[in-house]
Design a binder for this molecule. Structure first.
Ligand code: NAG
Ligand code: NAG
Ligand code: NAG
Ligand code: NAG
Ligand code: NAG
Length: 433
């Protein structure tokens, strides 16, 4: 913990190596041969295999440790052992280091929902199960019920960390959630040929040739190829998702206006908050302009495999800022995303999460910022209230109020003429004559 607070970058520990397991077994089985073996191998002995532990606590988002050699994992006690370690080249505190394997470490409160994993270099238990592939320990804790966070915090980081093993990797989840695992099963199966292990209840001592604890996250819904060990991009990630859901490799080709075809537009509809109060009119306006319109409420979005296929058949996705727009990941290449931003000077935040990542995905981004006339806040607060005259003053009161008022406290009533105009522009851009 202390080491983490000091924010040391890349702490390295090179452990004195364990003898190969096979060699050890041979010694036990054939003790009489020990002298012979020693005698005949002494001067030709290769350097002993060395276990190695490398941790990096310097990122703002995540802590990660990678280890190789003789790695043993006991899930129930949330412990990994790097066998035969000596701490002569790195001072682990009391021969251990702890890590919460969820890449949102600046959010102290949400990180409390993530189980702490301990990596020890002290004496280790015997293996009861031996794996010949690497392990990746991650958490399905914190914001797993939110699609945006599941992608940003869990799936994309898992991809960054585990994809390189081409399926030959054992995923191990702490804060294991069966529903989450089931919901994302297509993606998990594309990442690993093995079922995910529930770390927290696992009584076995599993031995691995290598392991990662914590997953690699760069930015909200983005992969930075310069930071990615394998140079992955969001285009690679989208291809991967496409294959996980057996989606066509299609482009959002411009539609010929003179033909009978219409470009398809999916409108992702929210309920409870940030919903569009005049949704029927908005859908009608998009249709009037020339789109074939699909209205996608929460029920339709729930079956991910089906919804992904539907989105892949659309040219345009429209929606108010929210997790549902994360489905843009399934749009065909060169598709267009329009984000409707509610009132309240929250443009930067909305862009940061769901606008900025768009070009990296090979998609086109359009923004529609609601005016003070287009929010239901005006039914609640007088026109001269500070949230209209100076929305920034709400921001200065802290995120709780921004959340309560601007994110959870309003619906959007679109100015249909304005909205139709923007739809018209998008229609022009995705069609040809
Ligand atoms: C540690 O992580 C930081 C931030 O992600 C990165 O810039 C740095 O290169 C990493 N250090 C090593 C040695 O990998
Ligand atoms: C994928 O493409 C094939 C051939 O182009 C087509 O027959 C099929 O309907 C497409 N599937 C979807 C889901 O669009
Ligand atoms: C669009 O369709 C019309 C009528 O079928 C055709 O004459 C025209 O050449 C098409 N335009 C393009 C760019 O394909
Ligand atoms: C927003 O609309 C939903 C219905 O879609 C309603 O339940 C909710 O109370 C509305 N919220 C506000 C702040 O008006
Ligand atoms: C990509 O989309 C834009 C606008 O929708 C369009 O003008 C362009 O022709 C498309 N490119 C390809 C290769 O389809």
């Amino acid at each position: 913990m202390k080491a983490r607070r000091r924010n040391k970058s890349s702490q390295k520990l090179v452990c004195r190596g364990a003898a190969a397991a096979a060699a050890r077994a041979a010694w036990l089985l054939v003790p009489l041969l020990v002298f012979v073996v020693l005698k005949t191998t002494r001067h030709v002995a290769a350097p002993r295999a060395r276990s190695k532990l490398t941790c990096n606590f310097s990122s703002k988002r995540m802590d990660i440790c990678a280890m190789e050699g003789d790695i043993r994992m006991h899930g129930k006690s949330a412990t990994l052992y790097v066998v035969a370690a000596s701490d002569d080249s790195y001072r682990l505190e009391k021969g251990m280091v702890t890590i919460r394997p969820y890449p949102r470490k600046w959010e102290i409160e949400s990180m409390k929902a993530v189980r702490e994993v301990t990596i020890r270099t002290s004496t280790s238990p015997r293996c009861t199960v031996t794996h010949d592939v690497p392990a990746v320990v991650f958490s399905t804790g914190a914001y797993r019920s939110n699609f945006f966070h599941s992608m940003t915090d869990i799936i994309i980081p898992l991809y960054n960390t585990a994809r390189e093993y081409d399926g030959h990797v054992q995923l191990v989840a702490t804060d294991f959630n069966r529903n989450w695992i089931s919901h994302y099963r297509h993606i998990l199966a594309a990442l690993s040929v093995y079922p995910v292990i529930d770390f927290d209840t696992d009584e076995a001592v599993r031995c691995f040739p290598s392991a990662h604890v914590g997953t690699e996250s760069h930015e909200e819904m983005r992969i930075n190829p310069a930071l990615s060990r394998k140079g992955y991009t969001m285009l690679d990630f989208r291809d991967f998702l496409g294959s996980a859901y057996s989606l066509n490799h299609t482009w959002a080709n411009p539609v010929n206006r003179s033909s009978r075809q219409r470009p398809r537009l999916v409108m992702v509809l929210r309920r409870q908050s940030r919903s569009i109060t005049n949704e029927a009119e908005a859908l009608a306006a998009a249709k009037e302009v020339g789109f074939e319109v699909v209205a996608a409420g929460p029920k339709m979005v729930r079956d991910m495999a089906r919804f992904a296929k539907m989105v892949r058949s659309c040219n345009v996705m429209v929606g108010v800022h929210g997790a549902g727009l994360t489905n843009m990941l399934f749009l065909p290449h060169n598709g267009t995303v329009m984000q409707i931003i509610p009132w309240g000077e929250i443009k930067w935040q909305c862009w940061h999460e769901l606008g900025r990542p768009v070009p990296d995905m090979g998609l086109r981004y359009v923004e529609y910022e609601a005016t003070a006339e287009e929010t239901t806040l005006k039914d609640i607060y007088p026109k001269d209230h500070v949230l209209f005259t100076d929305p920034n003053s709400i921001h200065k009161q802290g995120f709780d109020n921004v959340w309560k008022i601007f994110l959870q406290g309003q619906n959007v009533t679109l100015d249909i003429d304005r909205f139709r105009g923007v739809m018209q522009q998008i229609y022009q851009s995705v069609t040809i004559t």
